[in-house]
Design a protein around this ligand. Structure first.
Ligand SMILES: [Ca+2]
Length: 489
């Protein structure tokens, strides 16, 4: 009898152990659109209010040097594929009607153009094994909500359903038609007139969580519509920030009440979802990632489009540039990971990391492996969660387009290694050869001083590394336009 009881006892623990070890963490990625690194209290904003992000940072690890691509589509491709999309997939720009099925480098350009720029892909190729597919293979239920922006303009192919998602609610392109119903978002039913998009999407997320199949873990990719244009905030919030602005000290550089209202609403969406995880007792077993897809919009929102204020959308200060640029203001993003019991609480990591790291990090978190031959450009961030250092590696960006957000700057590729960032600006010299610029982003976060002449060895070392990477990936590289004619004087 005693022996039988003992056997029963042991079997129970073996069973329990097996059940626990086979229980995989859920994964939730809350991915904001166009939110700058400085657009949060976590990184020091005093005008914008972000209590849910502060909570997440307090309960997890906030990254002070996380990188994305400079635009929506390539960042979404980086996140879902785990690869550098500009170099590996020639998907380097936001998908528009002008993007191509198979991008090429044209032979020539118009005679008034100095350079020939490569095309950019208009979809996430079907052969990419996305993180959603990888998690589906591991038995996850997989949901996409919100903005997709990874299929050709007006196409219904290459949507979430072809990239591993079981369910999708909204498959948005660049931005919603409106933040108040009717929304004009593909595959999202309109709500009652005037319903607010952020509230609707977070409610949909909560319903998915409530109605989930409890026998399976879930992967929720919440691709938030906020805070991309059109710039529309809830009236009560806009009024609140208009009043708050009057009391802000002189040195405050973020002055747009509409953006403040949109960021506030986005933080509410996060709060609603985090509260639902609490209520359903899912918090302890869910890895939550909060991140943005590119820097803040630092140019003016004109009044002509119905925007309330003629002023910059946000300020990325102390960073230079913003969305659509390779300066830190365009590519450095807020990012936090919370995973109770696995990621230490209330930690800040200054290690440079990238959206491409999320794929291997999530795979390792759910004890899965990539496919043989699968290219993953990032690293598993697990050592950082153990307070160990991550192996030093270069981070890259390939952004070959004619850039217009800052005068005198053109499309470029860059490498970030240690404290240094070397940029190869295509056609950046007077003779249309490529110009190399070096910044120490630790000492000079605003990228004001090109130190390439002072540090020729560092410049040469990084130049070599950057150019071998570009060669290795076989990507399309801009070239001087053979048809270019100097304008007549
Ligand atoms: Ca974006």
């Amino acid at each position: 009898m005693t022996k039988n009881l003992f056997t029963l006892f042991v079997s129970y623990f073996i069973f329990l152990g097996a059940a626990l070890s086979s229980e995989k963490s859920n994964v939730l990625i809350f991915f904001v659109d166009d939110m700058g690194w400085s657009d949060t209290q976590v990184n020091g904003s005093t005008f914008y209010e972000s209590p849910a992000q502060l909570r997440l940072a307090k309960e997890g690890m906030a990254f002070s040097q996380a990188y994305a691509q400079p635009l929506c589509s390539p960042s979404r491709a980086a996140l879902l594929s785990g690869m550098y999309p500009g170099a590996r997939l020639n998907l380097s720009r936001a998908i528009t009607g002008g993007s191509a099925d198979t991008p090429k480098l044209p032979e020539t350009n118009k005679s008034n153009k100095k350079m020939v720029w490569p095309g950019s892909r208009n979809h996430l190729p079907a052969e990419v094994h996305t993180i959603a597919e990888a998690l589906k293979d591991e038995g996850f239920q997989t949901w996409h909500l919100g903005k997709w922006h990874l299929r050709a303009h007006k196409s219904t192919k290459n949507g979430p359903q072809e990239h591993g998602f079981d369910k999708w609610i909204g498959v948005g392109g660049s931005g919603p038609g409106s933040y108040f119903s009717p929304y004009r978002v593909p595959e999202l039913e309109d709500g009652e007139k005037g319903e607010y998009l952020g509230e609707r999407m977070s409610r949909e997320a909560c319903e998915l969580l409530e109605k989930r199949d409890q026998s399976k873990p879930f992967f929720m990719y919440y691709a938030c519509f906020n805070v991309h244009g059109p710039y529309m905030g809830k009236d009560s919030l806009v009024k609140y920030y208009e009043e708050k602005l009057k009391k802000m000290p002189e040195e405050n550089k973020q002055t747009n009440p509409v953006m403040a209202a949109m960021l506030h609403s986005m933080d509410n969406e996060l709060e609603v979802i985090l509260n639902k995880l609490d209520e359903l007792k899912l918090t302890d077993n869910t890895l939550v990632v909060f991140a943005s897809d590119n820097g803040g919009v630092h140019w003016e929102m004109g009044k002509k489009k119905g925007h309330k204020y003629k002023m910059p959308v946000t300020s990325n200060y102390p960073l230079r540039g913003g969305k659509c640029s390779w300066f830190e203001g365009g590519v450095r993003i807020p990012m936090t990971i919370r995973w109770p019991g696995n990621v230490p609480a209330n930690q800040k990591s200054n290690t440079p990391v990238h959206l491409i790291d999320l794929y291997p990090t999530i795979l390792s978190a759910v004890k899965a492996k990539p496919k043989t031959e699968q290219i993953l450009d990032g690293l598993d961030l697990a050592p950082l969660f153990q307070n160990e250092s991550l192996q030093e590696r270069p981070l890259f960006c390939h952004f070959p387009r004619n850039l217009t957000t800052e005068k005198g700057m053109s499309g470029a590729s860059f490498i970030r290694l240690g404290d240094y960032k070397l940029i190869r600006m295509y056609g950046g010299n007077a003779d249309r050869s490529d110009k190399y610029i070096l910044y120490n982003v630790k000492n000079d976060i605003g990228e004001a001083d090109d130190i390439s002449a002072q540090f020729p060895e560092k410049t040469a070392e990084l130049k070599k590394k950057l150019n071998s990477w570009l060669k290795e990936t076989g990507t399309l590289i801009p070239k001087p336009n053979p048809a270019y004619k100097l304008p007549r004087k």
